[in-house]
Design a protein. Structure first.
Length: 169
């Protein structure tokens, strides 16, 4: 009988402590998109992407022109076999440089994205942690990651995080 009473007491205590846990959710993508810093960073990244895209297009057009000229000369017999082989190798080398440029461009854009958005994401994560601590939330889920299947709208703390960051919707 005593064991049964102890079991019931511990079960009730566990249920009470579980019910007292405070859970909240946010939509970090929505918060990030409202931040002026993100808008500036995205604008800077768009300029950089456009610059690389323009340079890449120029390189492709130049290579296509050279390749067409090479084919024309081959068809008309203007190139000796040794010269044709040399020019073909040069075109392959330029093609390789184009591939290297594309890879390098992607790497630079990725690095710049991390450089610009990393500190902003840290700022948002700190604001989330501060709001959660200040408001006694034990768990905060992010709707934008798709990790939550059900939520009660009353637990949305996005407005508190926006206020903490000084964002006015």
């Amino acid at each position: 009988m005593r064991n049964l009473f102890l079991f019931l007491f511990l079960s009730a205590a566990t249920l009470v402590s579980l019910n007292a846990q405070k859970v909240g959710y946010i939509n970090s993508q929505e918060i990030l998109m409202l931040m002026p810093e993100v808008k500036r960073a995205n604008s800077d990244l768009d300029v950089m992407k456009e610059m690389f895209s323009k340079k890449g297009k120029e390189m492709v057009e130049t290579l296509q022109t050279k390749y067409q000229e090479f084919q024309r000369k081959q068809q008309t017999g203007e190139l000796a076999p040794v010269e044709a082989e040399r020019q073909g190798a040069e075109l392959k080398e330029e093609e390789g440089k184009l591939g290297e440029f594309e890879q390098s461009s992607q790497d630079k854009i990725y690095t710049k994205t991390q450089e610009l958005l990393g500190p902003i994401e840290e700022k948002v994560n700190k604001a989330i942690a501060d709001v959660a601590t200040e408001n006694a939330y034990l768990y905060v889920f992010d709707l934008s990651s798709g990790a939550i299947l059900y939520h009660d709208v009353s637990t949305d703390i996005s407005a508190l995080v926006k206020t903490k960051l000084g964002i006015v919707p």
